[in-house]
Write a protein that binds this ligand. Structure first.
Ligand SMILES: Nc1nc2c(ncn2[C@@H]2O[C@H](COP(=O)(O)OP(=O)(O)O)[C@@H](O)[C@H]2O)c(=O)[nH]1
Ligand SMILES: [Mg+2]
Length: 318
């Protein structure tokens, strides 16, 4: 693993890919990887893009990457899209569209099959962002579908959260609005070439009046991603939000919370591994589990007993 991290530090993309795969699959090496690369993190600007399927997020992301590349930023893209598991088509479309980006050394594209769709677990987005950040990506774009709880959790890691809507969403719009209130920093109404775009803007404007007081009011930007229109407006809105984050001290507050959260979840992870690997193999614990299985022992009480065993063992080990 040291070799792999060495190659990573020397900007070997293959090493980045391998490390991401290890972390994505919850390898026992994950925490050691994170420990090693952490000192290199903390520089990237993270942009989250979410919205319903078909809204044009990937088209928009494609145009944004070009924009950032024109300004010579190194870009990482993480696409978290459960629909790409089921309909290979969408993902294939993205691949064809992004062909140019795969050939650009300054762009790193990664697609994550969310475990969310399968087991309700948020994938290791925060860790993967850190890996790209440590690798030297200055801008990291995370594309995710929809505005459910998992997506909101994922968007938490973004500095600027862009929510994309389009004309003609119908009932989906209500769900979207509920989600938007919580997370959006910039509201994009894409497919402005279609009828009804103005109505969506009015609708969103109304909704913003209802938003609880906050220091930042999301801007509403009309785009036609397909025709490359409105991208510079979006870019400018993102820049304004980024400046706001810095000047208001919000960025600093978020960073502090994220650091603590990283530590907390690392402890949880270590404890889980510890339980699974060593302790649960112990004979005395197996006996307790057996009694629980047979119905002779209250499972909740047994949990206490096992934890007591764990702690006394830990002390004896010192
Ligand atoms: N009319 C119109 N179609 C668009 C626009 N932007 C994207 N699309 C199309 O919408 C479809 C879905 O786009 P995609 O980027 O894959 O959406 P995603 O699922 O949100 O990532 C594709 O056929 C795009 O070509 C736009 O501004 N106007
Ligand atoms: Mg997409």
């Amino acid at each position: 693993m040291e070799k792999l991290i060495e190659r990573f530090i020397q900007k070997d993309r293959m090493a980045l890919s391998k490390l991401i795969t290890l972390v994505e699959n919850d390898s026992p090496k994950s925490l050691d990887i994170m420990k090693a690369i952490y000192p290199l993190t903390g520089k990237a600007y993270v942009l989250g893009v979410t919205g319903p399927p078909g809204a044009g997020k990937s088209t928009l992301v494609d145009k944004l990457i070009r924009n950032f590349r024109n300004k010579a930023y190194r870009v990482g893209v993480l696409c978290v899209d459960p629909s790409s598991i089921f309909s290979g088509g969408a993902f294939l479309g993205d691949r064809v569209r992004m062909e140019w980006a795969y050939r650009d050394d300054g762009v790193y594209l990664r697609s994550l099959a969310t475990r969310g769709a399968l087991g309700g677990l948020a994938p290791r987005v925060s860790e993967i962002i850190k890996l790209m950040d440590a690798f030297g990506k200055e801008v990291i774009i995370v594309e995710t579908v929809g505005v459910g709880q998992m997506e909101a959790d994922i968007m938490r890691y973004a500095d600027t959260k862009v929510v994309v809507s389009v004309p003609g969403l119908g009932d989906q719009m209500q769900a979207l609005k509920a989600g938007i209130l919580e997370i959006a920093d910039v509201l994009v109404v894409n497919k402005a070439d279609l009828p009804g775009a103005r109505d969506v803007v009015d609708d969103l404007q109304m909704m913003l009046y209802l938003r609880k007081d906050s220091d930042w009011t999301p801007e509403i930007i009309l785009t036609e991603a397909l025709n490359d229109r409105g991208i510079s407006d979006l870019y400018a809105a993102m820049q304004r939000h980024r400046t706001f984050l810095g000047q208001s001290g919000l960025k600093e507050r978020q960073t502090r919370l994220q650091r603590e959260h990283a530590c907390y979840s690392a402890i949880e992870e270590r404890l889980k591994n510890y339980l699974r690997e060593s302790f649960l193999e112990a004979e005395e614990v197996k006996k307790i589990f057996m009694r629980v299985q047979e119905g002779g022992l209250n499972p909740y009480q047994a949990a206490d007993e096992i934890l007591q065993l764990l702690f006394s063992k830990t002390h004896r080990g010192r």
